[in-house]
Design a protein around this ligand. Structure first.
Ligand code: GGG
Length: 327
């Protein structure tokens, strides 16, 4: 069966890392058909909609979507794309790799981030010259849906349980609801949980990340804390992610457009290639996904490496090494 994959490079280094991941995927013995679609700041700058209706439609119907990076138009691009696949969870694993210098090499954490609401629900207003507001949305249904997934995630992998991060001592209604709903679902499923205030978690992660395995978070907290974890393991060039819905997924590196290096051909493709591995596994191609992970691990350990990891190689050099490792 041919898997219909939509690829959306987006902006900045998305234009460099997505072709790299496609080259890697093309070396595999998996029947993938790629359709490239446009979105992002460059589309808006040319007078278009940052997320053209055709791109939305393609993502909503593809077997899977591989996305690069969103810039200034992130709210108009990546949030509706996640909604297009009905994604309720953003899975963000953060781990170290042999040979890569890391601030906290003991880090091995998966963030399960709520993916539909919180402060990313899109309810922002300018009330006056002086006052802007943002409405934070937390629903029982989205919190429980995330919790169900978290229970399944730890049970399938035989893990001890998960940690719930929140700030329910201040955001009593919204994070109180989130916390209570997640605990309720975990208890009903016999899954062990503990909890931590998200600000305290930021400090714990910097000091002793080995205490955390699976962390369930509200939307913005997951975005921020996973970037913190990237800093612990060697940088944003190493963190993949999967936006999962009931039927399909959208896979993207955790990093953004990296305007400081965009266009120079030196972006690290590892996070996107690892996102492609998550995509393969989600589609049921576990051994192909594992082969891609192994290739990334080999190239990270032996080189070549891009400048973010202390090397001098280009995106093309790393891609060629990945393709070599797979052939
Ligand atoms: N590939 C990830 C990306 O484009 N990040 C830019 C960004 O601002 N993302 C917001 C989010 O992940 O919610």
């Amino acid at each position: 069966m041919t898997e219909d994959i939509v690829v959306i490079p987006g902006d900045g280094i998305g234009q460099e890392v997505i072709p790299a991941a496609v080259s890697v995927l093309e070396t595999l013995d998996v029947d993938l058909s790629f359709t490239e679609a446009e979105a992002g700041d460059h589309v808006a700058a040319a007078g278009g909609d940052p997320l053209p209706a055709e791109t939305h439609e393609l993502a909503a119907n593809a077997d899977a979507t591989l996305f690069g990076a969103a810039g200034e138009s992130a709210a108009d691009v990546i949030l509706p794309l996640r909604a297009a696949v009905d994604s309720f969870v953003n899975v963000r694993p953060a781990r170290t790799y042999p040979g890569i210098e890391a601030v906290r090499p003991e880090t091995d954490i998966v963030f399960l981030r709520e993916n539909t609401e919180g402060v990313y629900a899109g309810h922002e207003d300018r009330l006056s010259e002086d006052v802007s507001t943002l409405t934070r949305v937390v629903t029982e249904s989205a919190s429980r849906r995330l919790a169900e997934y978290a229970c399944e995630y730890v049970t399938d992998r035989d893990l001890d349980g998960f940690t719930v991060a929140h700030k329910a001592n201040v955001m009593r209604e919204t994070d109180g609801r989130f916390r209570d709903a997640v605990f309720d679902v975990a208890e009903a499923n016999g899954v062990e949980t503990d909890e931590v205030l998200m600000d305290a978690l930021a400090m714990h992660l910097a000091l002793r990340p080995e205490e955390y395995d699976v962390v369930v978070t509200p939307n913005l907290a997951g975005d921020v804390l996973s970037d913190l974890a990237a800093g612990l393991v060697g940088g944003l060039g190493l963190l993949p992610s999967a936006n999962l819905g009931p039927d399909r997924g959208l896979f993207e590196p955790v990093h953004g457009t990296a305007p400081d290096i965009a266009g120079q051909g030196i972006a690290n493709p590892s996070a996107t290639v690892l996102s492609a591995a998550m995509m393969l596994e989600h589609l049921g191609y576990d051994s192909a996904g594992q082969r891609v992970r192994d290739a990334v691990e080999t190239v990270l350990e032996e080189g070549p490496r891009t400048p973010d990891l202390g090397g001098e190689a280009s995106t093309e050099d790393v891609t060629a090494a990945l393709v070599d490792a797979l052939e």
